[in-house]
Design a protein around this ligand. Structure first.
Ligand SMILES: Nc1ncnc2c1ncn2[C@@H]1O[C@H](COP(=O)(O)OP(=O)(O)O)[C@@H](O)[C@H]1O
Ligand SMILES: [Mg+2]
Length: 420
């Protein structure tokens, strides 16, 4: 079948790499893609937030399956438009994507199905929000309701921080996304991510992971889109995983179906785990980046079969083949990221790396010019390795990243520290 992947990050490169290995895949396209993706897929210059452009391409090129990478096209309803035109699509409807695009919506779903999560209140006005923060005291967490590119959450250790955060949000720092605010009780514990596929009714767990949000070693410096990840996450023990499924994930999927907005696609749950009890921090309606790179490295070609079974509503008949393996990915970013950084520097040494099922360099912000790989973004490469232990994957990934010469780049030296 002809397949189209939407997106251009390391996440989409890893998806393309996995899908391309599956014999069911004939022509693989990716829009807009990047220099690395162009090695495994035909990159097409499409505006992926424009439904009619995407639909026209699908009809012209006889696309039989579309995999949507990022949240923005999902929140805009691209999956709805494709399905309305009988194109098999992996990804939730705009209504179901509210599990990511509205934090207040998700809290409401948790209330309806009794899923453990932080106690909360919702506000549309600054004054009453400030009053509530005074009542509750610090630490406390303030969240813009809508999509804010990972910048809409303030984990406030003091009342002042919380109040300043509220003032920012209500003065329009996040536009429409900040018209409503969710204020949450501060949860202590260790965070982990859990990825499941759902076809609207059935669920299929596809792996756990932990990421590294802060830019510098020792989890210091500002938050980023993620500087590295590994899978599985040891804190997600069998017991925690089964509690997460029975108390949080399955009740959410059931509640969505009950509301007439069944959830189809990958559901990425962020948990806070304390004393073996998981509580929901948030949902995302797509794969995490860079977590996806570690997951795809472990799943390989069967990722396509799983996504197809999901999109067709056939997850009840599908089983994954699990290897007892580990994967770890290190993000190579441009100096200055997540602040301002230069674009256009040259990356050398990539041709000295022999890629295999155990080592892959997934590209994010890159382009190719006259056989040179040029950095064009903040997060640029994802050096990903797989091994029989996390230690082995870690060793391989760091051994590989040292072969790359990129003066303008930097990476964290402690990816995986929590588990190692
Ligand atoms: N109630 C909470 N208690 C403690 N920390 C929280 C809480 N909610 C969020 N956080 C922290 O803030 C981060 C971002 O919050 P999250 O809801 O995941 O928003 P987003 O990823 O959309 O920015 C979380 O990964 C977690 O570290
Ligand atoms: Mg988050």
């Amino acid at each position: 079948m002809n397949i189209l992947i939407l997106g251009s990050g390391g996440r989409e490169h890893s998806l393309a790499w996995a899908v391309n290995q599956n014999p069911k895949c004939d022509i693989l396209y990716c829009a807009p893609g990047n220099a690395g993706i162009s090695k495994v897929a035909q990159c097409v210059d499409l505006n992926i937030e424009n439904s009619s452009d995407v639909l026209k391409f699908c009809l012209d090129e006889s696309i039989q399956f579309v995999i949507i990478g990022p949240e923005a096209p999902l929140a805009m309803g691209i999956a709805d438009d494709l399905r309305a035109n009988n194109i098999l699509t992996f990804g939730p409807s705009a209504s179901a994507a509210k599990l990511e695009s509205s934090k207040a919506f998700t809290k409401g779903v948790c209330d309806s199905c009794n899923a453990p999560t932080a106690k909360y209140a919702r506000f549309t006005e600054l004054e009453s929000a400030i009053e509530y923060v005074h009542e509750q005291g610090a630490p406390i967490v303030v969240k813009a309701d809508g999509l804010a590119g990972g910048k809409g959450v303030i984990v406030a250790m003091t009342l002042d921080e919380a109040i300043n955060g509220l003032k920012d949000i209500f003065s329009g720092a996040f536009g429409k996304a900040g018209a409503e605010v969710v204020i949450e009780e501060f949860m202590e514990g260790e965070e982990a991510s859990f990825f499941i596929l759902s076809d609207g009714k059935n669920i299929l767990p596809i792996g756990t992971a932990q990421d590294h949000k802060r830019v510098f070693d020792g989890d210091t410096g500002p938050n980023t889109g993620g500087m590295g990840a590994y899978s599985p996450a040891p804190i997600m023990t069998k017991d925690v995983t089964s509690k997460a499924i029975s108390q949080i994930i399955q009740p959410t999927i059931d509640e969505m179906a009950k509301r007439g907005i069944p959830y189809q696609g990958v559901l990425y749950a962020g948990f806070m785990i304390k004393d073996g009890e998981p509580k929901l921090v948030e949902y995302n309606v797509r794969f995490g980046d860079p977590e996806c790179q570690a997951l795809m490295m472990r799943l390989g070609a069967q990722a396509l079969d799983a996504m197809l079974a999901c999109a067709k509503g056939e997850l009840n008949n599908y089983k994954l083949n699990w290897a007892d393996d580990h994967a770890l990915t290190i993000v190579y970013a441009a100096k200055g990221y997540p602040g301002t950084y230069e674009k256009g520097s040259n990356i050398l040494g990539l041709d000295t790396i022999s890629e295999s099922t155990n080592i892959q360099v997934f590209h994010a912000g890159t382009k190719e010019e006259e056989n040179n790989i040029i950095a064009t973004g903040g997060r640029v490469l994802n050096i990903t390795a797989r091994g029989s232990s996390l230690k082995e994957a870690h060793r391989l990934a760091y051994e590989t990243i040292e072969k790359i010469q990129w003066e303008n780049g930097f990476y964290r030296n402690d990816i995986g520290w929590r588990a190692l």
